[in-house]
Each structure stands twice: as C-alpha cells, then as structure tokens.
Design a protein around this ligand. Structure first.
Ligand code: 13P
Length: 251
C-alpha cells in the first residue's frame, strides 16, 4: 500500500517571518494527522526557521531545488549537504518552472537526482508536458522522456526512494486541473514506464503525486483515483486552511 504524500511547494513566496506564521497555523490545524506524509517546501532563506518550528511534529521539510556538486565555486547554488544540515528531508527536482526559466533539462535533473539519492535526501522529481505537447498528442511521450531521463543510470534500490510528481504545465497556477481521469491515466502510464525500466514491484510501490491547481475543492476526487498517491500543491499551500483541508482529504 502506498501511503498518501501531500507536499506544499511554496515557490518564491513568504519571508522567514511569514513562513513561521504559516507554519504555526499549520501545526495547530494538522496536529491530529495520521496515515499521511506531509511536507512543506519553503524557499531557502526560510528553511532554518521552519525546521526549528516543526521539530517533533508530523510536518516534514523539503527544499525546492539543489545543485549537483558537493561544494565549490557555484555562486548562488545550494548543496545537498547544506539542505540536510538545515533539516530538509526532501528536495523537489526538475520542477517545470526550473525547466522553463532556468534551463534545466533531463541531464541536469538526472545529475541532481543522483546526488540527492547519494546524500540520502528524498527527491520529488517533477515531470509533465506543456499545452502544445498535449494538444499535439505527445503528452505521454514527453512524460516518458522526463522519467527515463531523470532515472538514467539509477539503480532500482535507489529509484525506490523517489517520489514522482506529475505536473502538466498547463495546469500549474492556471486554475485548470487535469481531470481526475486524465491525471490517473498519465500516472498509470508512468507506472508502465517504471515497470519496463525496473520492475512491476517498483512501479506498484512508487508514489506518484499530482500537481497543478490542486485545491481544497478538487483534492478528494483526485485522491480517489487508484494511481494518484498525493499532491504537490502550489498556490493552495500558501494558506493554512486550504492546505490543511488538502492534507485531510476524504478518501
Ligand atoms: P499550483 O498548485 O499553484 O497550480 O502549482 C502547482 C505546482 O507547480 C506545484 O509544484
């Protein structure tokens, strides 16, 4: 059985003080959470402050990115060790915004994934097609390419520690959610790809989140789909009430 995994990607929002305020609200609302993994992924300057507040709680900490080198002259970058030292357990890799605005491609995502796994972080690898690709009937091809590219050269034992987030780019921040059926069928396709790359057992056990305009109104329906194991939530994770309701989805 795959345990539901709900994660909030705060993107470039919230100062450290604002992040602390949101976390305090979340801690109160989510104190009784059971049987679900919950992570929040604030911006780098907020990680330390948030880590302190969530110590001993069910909330887990994730970062939104990292670099694939250990250390050195890489101005502006952050290493896996730095994330671990500040208390992060998860790291989002290959988000579509990183691919679109910061030149990340499969090769870079693959290098980052290898480093995150080697260091013991829990990677959340984002995959997903843009609108033109969907309209051209290429969505499955693009997603398969993202999965194969990210996992190239990664052993089955390591791959088993990854979470995949399927985020169709046209659904991010647009209010347009993929229908639960469309999302579920892409998740099933991802499992088929993983089964071919590794094994049916890995494909069955790996958690796949859906991301793209997830909110407190559509989460229940999405989570009722057999291949959807959680959500990577952007906008709706910035308000305590909506993210708490997403975490408390009704199966
Ligand atoms: P929204 O939930 O704001 O559409 O963002 C989704 C996302 O990109 C999460 O990583």
């Amino acid at each position: 059985m795959r345990k539901p995994f709900l994660a909030g990607n705060w993107k470039m929002n919230k100062t450290a003080a604002e992040a602390q305020g949101l976390v305090k609200e979340l801690l109160a609302l989510l104190a009784d959470t059971q049987d679900r993994d919950v992570a929040i992924c604030p911006a780098f300057p907020c990680l330390a402050a948030v880590a302190q507040l969530i110590q001993g709680s069910k909330l887990r900490l994730g970062a939104q990115n990292m670099y694939f080198e250990d250390s050195g002259a890489y101005t502006g970058e952050v290493s896996a060790d730095m994330l671990l030292a500040v208390g992060a357990e998860y790291v989002i890799l290959g988000h579509s915004e990183r691919r679109a605005y910061f030149g990340e491609n499969n090769e870079i995502v693959n290098k980052k994934l290898k480093k995150a796994l080697a260091k013991g972080l829990g990677p959340i690898v984002c995959v997903g097609e843009v609108l033109e690709e969907r309209e051209a009937g290429k969505a499955e091809f693009v997603v398969e390419d993202h999965v194969r590219g990210a996992f190239a050269g990664i052993s089955e034992a390591e791959a088993a520690r990854v979470t995949i987030a399927y985020e169709p780019v046209w659904a991010i921040g647009t209010g347009k959610t993929a229908t639960p059926n469309d999302a579920d069928s892409m998740h099933a396709h991802i499992r088929k790809v993983l089964s071919a790359l590794y094994s049916p057992a890995l494909a069955e056990n790996l958690r796949i989140q859906y991301g793209g305009s997830v909110n407190d109104k559509n989460i229940d329906e999405l989570m009722r789909m057999p291949n959807i194991d959680g959500a990577l939530v952007g906008g709706a994770s910035l308000k305590a009430e909506s993210f708490a309701r997403i975490v408390k989805f009704i199966p």
